[in-house]
Design a protein around this ligand. Structure first.
Ligand code: COI
Length: 363
């Protein structure tokens, strides 16, 4: 097909050189959309089965106005990142975990889903097709390409029911830090969080535990209010007791006290982050006691460090948390546990540290 032949023009591994990188200003890139050349699309059959997908040029979709996703929010998204190894090959972090999470989410909102193999294969295809958008640029975190899979009810439906047809697609964009630092500063900006006790992100029995697109628009108002008051993002509390930490709009949260690292248990209201899961494992390997449990907001007063994790966010230290008018401050910077864990994670993702866990997929 046309898509495949134009793909072959892009992938020339033997002649691939510095001059063939996409023209990206990596130093000034935030977490914005800079579309890479190709996207992957797989449209289900009328029976909701996924067969062969294909690569095509990045571009607009044609969608029925009655599509399930547009009217009733039947959609999921995922996120992973590609890194460039020293030898020029691409590394993608744990795409099987994204595939499994998409399967869970698809079940929750009544969608058929590509298999784990189909998902991982599609990620590999689209990453390779967009290889020139991934660059080996120290420090870690720069030069990476965000990979965004979507699964949606694309068929038309009038009554409230699962859509008759589905589309699985993946697009990519080179990205910088989610929370961008000022000019000439390196690393992640420490976050200043605002604890929200009016708006909630999710409730027990809802869809907060899956990556449904419907979890994101409802937090925009809380984010806008917090940003308007100078905060980086919002920390949500549980909707029943308004007492236990849940997560931040864009990432999971961890609290460190001595050698104990606590993080809210994933009981259906928080996103089961791939970075969350990986940091739990890395921190345990490093000898920290990691507890997944209910973490009360009062514990923030006693913490040594607080940090956030996510694919987009990485591992970001929290400088302050404001709750009911009181501002609590935490240790940030190069000597933090957060920074130590982040360095290990980034090392594995970028190929600088040997991956003994089978997390990284090399393409
Ligand atoms: C990610 O970290 O990949 C996410 O999906 C969070 C999003 C708000 C960018």
């Amino acid at each position: 097909s046309g898509a495949v032949s134009s793909l072959q023009q892009v992938i020339r591994p033997s002649t691939y050189g510095e001059d063939e990188y996409a023209d990206v200003d990596w130093d000034n890139l935030g977490f914005g959309i800079t579309p890479a050349d190709y996207m992957y699309i797989n449209q289900s059959t009328k029976d909701g089965e996924f067969h062969q997908g294909q690569l095509s040029r990045y571009g607009a979709l044609e969608l029925s106005p009655a599509a399930g996703v547009l009217n009733y929010g039947q959609g999921l998204y995922e996120g992973t990142k590609a890194y460039r190894k020293e030898d020029g090959r691409l590394l993608v972090f744990r795409p099987d975990q994204n595939a499994l999470r998409m399967k869970m989410g698809a079940d929750r909102i009544c969608m058929p889903c590509p298999s784990v193999d189909q998902f991982v294969d599609a990620v590999k295809q689209v990453a390779l097709a967009n290889k020139r958008w991934v660059k080996q640029t120290p420090p870690p975190g720069k030069g990476t390409m965000y990979i965004r899979p979507l699964l949606m009810g694309s068929g038309p439906i009038m009554g409230l029911a699962p859509a008759p047809e589905y589309t699985f697609l993946i697009y990519c964009s080179p990205v910088g830090n989610y929370f961008k630092l000022g000019l000439l500063q390196e690393g992640f900006a420490p976050l200043n969080l605002y604890v929200e006790d009016e708006f909630h992100r999710a409730t027990r029995g809802g869809a907060g535990g899956v990556k449904s697109i419907t979890n994101y628009a409802p937090v925009l108002k809380a984010i806008a209010r917090a940003k308007g008051n100078g905060y980086s993002d919002v920390l949500y509390l549980d909707s029943v007791h308004k007492r236990y930490l849940e997560e931040v709009s864009s990432c999971n949260i961890f609290v460190l006290k001595g050698r104990v690292i606590s993080t809210p248990a994933a009981i259906g209201t928080i996103l089961q982050g791939v970075t969350r899961k990986s940091i739990i494992e890395i921190a345990s390997d490093q000898g920290y006691q990691v507890e997944e449990r209910a973490v009360a907001v009062d514990e923030l007063a006693e913490a040594d460090e607080v940090f956030c994790t996510g694919t987009a966010v990485g591992v970001a230290s929290v400088a302050s948390i404001t709750y009911q008018g009181k501002r609590l401050e935490y240790k940030v910077g190069a000597e933090t546990v957060a920074q130590q864990l982040y360095s290990i994670l980034e090392g594995i993702k970028s190929g600088a540290i040997e991956d003994k866990k089978g997390w990284v997929v090399e393409i």
